[in-house]
Design a binder for this molecule. Structure first.
Ligand SMILES: [Mg+2]
Length: 257
């Protein structure tokens, strides 16, 4: 295995499942830290703030740096600050998205925005969708934190941000720019912020369609772990394949020996 210095972990299905830590992941992270490596965490979750995710991981016994957490909300805010500086934004989303945009100093407005920014909002109502739709039809640009169509829960799937983004896109006839995985923006934001050496970055995740493709699109090595949504057999049949496959992250430790 190559000498990586920047390990980028997906969260749900890779480091934890819901509110339960995956022990092999925690151990591998400890193992890396013991060697002076400080991993990064890359999640499409736009609802939670960096601090909330920090507390969740800390509570699971994972030691980490708060600013090593990259959410699709933070990447969206950085993207807007870079490509649409000083443009006003109308937000559909929760605390994580509001906080991220505020931190980048993006002016947030209630109507007549230049950008409509959409992340998952579990209290979203029809009136707010109407308002967003009008602004898109009036020429606002459309930015989605992520395009995940559905989210697995215990009883089945529930609508993800991507489903609600599709709805607005259909109504308004405006296609969004999507920031989260499988797009490379979150990895690009980490590379830029921390001046990471691309050839020594690796993206590790359970979901082929998001994690592995994000790594491939960004042009770095990837590792699929069979602890979440994509079964290894299915990943092996894909045309664009991950660099490594492991059953659990414990196996990655062996690559060091
Ligand atoms: Mg995952």
């Amino acid at each position: 295995m190559k000498n990586y210095t920047s390990y980028c972990f997906d969260l749900d299905g890779t480091v934890y499942r819901g509110s339960t830590v995956i022990p092999e992941a925690r151990e591998f992270i400890h193992f890396l830290r013991a060697q002076g490596i400080r991993p990064f965490y890359v999640t499409n979750n736009a609802k939670m703030t960096q601090q909330q995710i920090y507390e969740k991981l800390s509570g699971m016994g994972i030691e980490l740096e708060r600013d090593h957490i990259m959410t699709s909300a933070i990447a969206t805010a950085k993207y807007i600050a870079k490509y649409y500086p000083n443009e006003t934004a109308f937000i559909i989303g929760e605390t994580g998205l509001y906080e991220a945009l505020e931190q980048e100093g993006i002016p947030i407005v209630e109507d007549h925005a230049q950008l409509v920014v959409q992340g998952l909002d579990t209290t979203l109502n029809y009136e707010k969708m109407e308002l967003a739709g009008y602004q898109l039809q009036n020429g606002a640009k459309f930015i989605a934190t992520n395009g995940d169509l559905k989210i697995p829960k215990e009883r089945g799937f529930v609508p993800g941000n991507g489903s609600l983004v599709r709805l607005l896109a259909e109504v308004s006839n405006v296609e969004p720019i999507s920031i989260g995985k499988p797009e490379p923006h979150m990895l690009a934001a980490l590379q830029e912020t921390f001046q990471l050496e691309k050839s020594r970055m690796i993206m590790i995740g359970d979901n082929y369609e998001t994690d592995i493709l994000a790594g491939i699109h960004f042009g770095i090595d990837t590792c699929h772990v069979n602890t979440g949504v994509s079964p290894t057999e299915q990943v092996r049949m894909q045309k664009l394949k991950p660099t490594y496959y492991v059953q659990t992250l414990e196996e990655l430790k062996n690559f060091f020996e």
